[in-house]
Write a protein of this length. Structure first.
Length: 338
């Protein structure tokens, strides 16, 4: 079994977080078997890189490898893509076609976003995993294949099982060896290492000096939530490398490139005295309710002040239509003027 550092060097993996090292260790241990692997992790954490590691360290490394995004293929064609079809089996099937399980025979198929598979396709996949058999769409001929399946998901498959959207038997068949790839926010010590690597790479690509972060910018980077994980960090590193005039990046400059900070800076600030801030509210709906309630109070107060000003007899006579509208809208009453 290859050691973890050599795997990192070979596949360009940056970081030393314990969760990352454990995931790599499991990938290395299971690589030289034919066990099915299910990789868990949020979008952008690098699940496909783990599938490549497993394939490259396996006995199938000289055979085909293909990555399939199950969520990007329309439901009506996913069976044909995976298992092939016969000529005339559906509209547009002008020729017979081999599917991935036929063309990758002897190799590895990486099924990303496995939770997006339709239930009918899930049944076909289960048959392949259990017996190595499949049938082309529009055919009755059973064919055999020898393919290792590595699946990945950013969803809670057990929740999908409970909701009837994912087969329980397929879940347990896929989940022979689970690998959980940690989110970037759980690898805080790796964030600066990754940014520095990306900054150097983009400096070489665009033939410029690499950007550097001051201490406040580093703290901002580390404490950002990274909903897009490593993919988002790489994109932001590229944006800064291309768009920043100054190569020494401050926290203020960095914040311009972080969507969460940009959005939050445009939102109204909720006053609080107990240090809890927005956490006083159970969810966003309650925050919106409070904002609307405060706005309603402000508008009501403005109307009241305006009506008091209109107590002047001359102004009432000149603005009788407006006064009537205001009275009808909120039930305010003003003194009659003789």
């Amino acid at each position: 079994m290859a050691d973890i550092q050599s795997i990192k060097n070979r596949f360009g993996i940056i970081g030393n977080a314990p969760e990352l090292n454990y995931a790599l260790q499991v990938a290395a241990q299971v690589a030289n078997t034919d066990l099915t692997v299910l990789i868990f992790g949020e979008s952008g954490v690098g699940k496909e890189a783990f599938s490549l590691i497993i394939h490259s360290l396996s006995g199938r490394k000289h055979n085909p490898f293909i990555a399939v995004n199950c969520g990007a293929i329309p439901e009506g064609t996913i069976d044909s893509e995976l298992f092939g079809h016969e000529k005339g089996s559906f509209t547009g099937a002008v020729d017979s076609r081999k599917g991935y399980f036929e063309t990758v025979n002897g190799g590895t198929i990486f099924l990303d976003e496995i939770g997006e598979l339709p239930l009918g396709t899930q049944a076909r996949l289960l048959r392949v995993l259990e017996t190595g058999e499949f049938i082309r769409v529009g055919s009755s001929k059973v064919q055999k294949t020898d393919v290792r399946v590595i699946a990945a998901t950013n969803k809670d498959l057990l929740e999908l099982v409970n909701n009837g959207r994912f087969r329980q038997d397929l879940y347990y068949r896929l989940n022979t060896v689970p690998i959980r790839v940690p989110a970037l926010r759980d690898r805080k010590d790796d964030i600066i290492l990754l940014f520095r690597k990306f900054a150097v790479d983009f400096a070489e690509k665009y033939k410029t000096a690499p950007v550097q972060l001051d201490d406040d910018a580093k703290n901002l980077l580390i404490n950002y939530s990274w909903p897009g994980n490593v993919r988002e960090l790489k994109n932001i590193a590229e944006q800064i490398s291309v768009l920043s005039q100054d190569k020494q990046i401050s926290a203020k400059e960095l914040a311009k490139f972080l969507p969460e900070h940009t959005t939050m800076n445009r939102l109204p600030v909720l006053a609080h005295t107990n240090g809890q801030g927005a956490h006083e509210f159970a969810n966003e709906r309650e925050i919106l309710y409070k904002l609307f309630f405060d706005m309603k109070k402000d508008v009501t107060e403005l109307k009241r002040m305006f009506l008091e000003i209109l107590q002047n007899p001359n102004m009432v006579a000149q603005n009788q239509n407006l006064v009537s509208q205001l009275k009808e809208s909120d039930g305010y009453r003003i003194l009659s003027v003789d």
